[in-house]
Ligand binder design. Structure first.
Ligand code: AHM
Ligand code: MG
Length: 365
């Protein structure tokens, strides 16, 4: 019988590679996995208990929150507020940073998360996910601050997601490859099922909300034509698949190859940034994509090089096989001068720093 590797064992095995590790980082990952199990259990019962449907409240983006959103948000917070590993958190569902309650000690890590991504799918039983990113504390003082949460993706020390689909999976990376674990409901354990995940070289799919095509820029429209093999005799068309749930769409493309995109558009001249949030969604998955041999871009350059200037900043997003994402950049560069003139994110390019940050935390944690 092949040995069963639980996520706990995997985390401990990784930690053993670093003689100076104190275990703080490993415990943080363990607590996130435990939060995921609780959210998974609750989402499996959606429809059976009084958890389905809207909670009649709005989040910071003016969107209606679902009850399961609130549950997932509270679970992430309560499973991580008291452990002494974190100095601050930020959630897509909260207006401001989440401080650690005064009665609990603070640690050296920062947790950013989208507790339930794709939650518009709750009522129709389509997969959703939790996305998380972990940074190191960079500010002085015991308690964390906003600046700790506004770090570029290339300073992430770990990132991951949980997908609540036909099975529940947790996929994470600490900068040493991407590893996937499937929840065995009978054991209540995440078991290693996908070691060293790599995006297949030959992609199968593209994923986008084509209902928005009317608002897309000329470059993005040409890009979709190219993905479909139009005017590209050497290029086989990709198949379209869109769940409307970023984690599900990303996970499929991670396993099968492809590109997901949610571009900026010209609908609102003052907001050319698309829909997805840099801190909670775009950067953590970009970190995973790079670790799996892929790439994520805002249409201009690496998502990981964008310095967030606000907690809920949105970014245009292209993620998946590197060649597919770079092709989007080429079309945008050539055909979208109007949009390029309006979209000006802050970039911090620090060659070589990405690896250094990861290695630093591995060595010190
Ligand atoms: P959410 O965090 O409020 O769920 O929004 C993010 C979701 C993504 O999961 C998904 O890819 C996208 O929004 C779908 O948006 P649309 O319905 O506009 O296609
Ligand atoms: Mg989301």
């Amino acid at each position: 019988m092949a040995p069963l590797i639980t996520i706990e064992r995997h985390i401990i095995d990784q930690q053993r590679k670093y003689p100076n590790a104190t275990g703080a980082f490993s415990r943080l990952l363990y607590d996130i996995a435990l939060s995921a199990k609780i959210i998974a259990r609750e989402s499996m019962r959606a429809g059976l208990v009084d958890i389905l449907g809207s909670a009649d409240t709005e989040n910071v983006h003016g969107e209606k929150q679902q009850k399961l959103d609130i549950f997932a948000d509270a679970t992430m917070f309560h499973m991580n507020d008291h452990t002494g590993q974190l100095c601050v958190m930020a959630s897509e569902e909260q207006d401001n940073i989440i401080t650690i309650p005064d009665q609990f000690p603070c640690g050296k890590y920062v947790l950013v998360y989208d507790p339930l991504d794709g939650s518009s799918n709750i009522d129709v039983n389509i997969g959703m996910g939790t996305i998380f990113g972990i940074h190191r504390k960079i500010t002085e003082g015991e308690r964390g601050a906003l600046e700790d949460c506004l770090q570029p993706g290339h300073d992430l020390v770990a990132a991951g997601y949980v997908i609540y689909g036909t099975s529940t999976m947790l996929v994470y990376s600490t900068g040493q490859g991407v590893h996937g674990f499937t929840l065995d409901p009978s054991l209540g354990e995440f078991l290693l099922s996908h070691e060293n995940m790599r995006i297949p070289e030959k992609p199968l799919y593209y994923s986008a909300n084509q209902g928005n095509q009317k608002y897309w820029t000329p470059g993005v429209r040409r890009y979709v034509d190219w993905l479909q093999g139009l005017d590209a005799p050497d290029h086989e068309p990709l198949q379209a698949r869109y769940a409307g749930s970023l984690v599900s769409d990303f996970h499929r493309n991670l396993l099968r190859g492809g590109v997901y995109f949610y571009p900026g558009d010209l609908r609102n001249p003052n907001k050319p940034n698309g829909k997805l949030r840099l801190v909670y969604e775009a950067a953590p998955l970009a970190f995973l994509a790079e670790q799996a041999g892929g790439y994520a871009s805002d249409g201009i350059g690496n998502i990981l090089d964008i310095k967030p200037t606000s907690l809920h900043q949105r970014v245009p997003y292209f993620i998946g096989n590197r060649n597919l994402v770079e092709q989007a950049e080429r079309f945008i560069q050539e055909y979208d001068p109007e949009w390029l003139a309006r979209y000006k994110p802050m970039r911090v390019t620090v060659t070589g720093k990405r690896q250094t940050a990861t290695m630093r935390v591995q060595a010190e944690s």
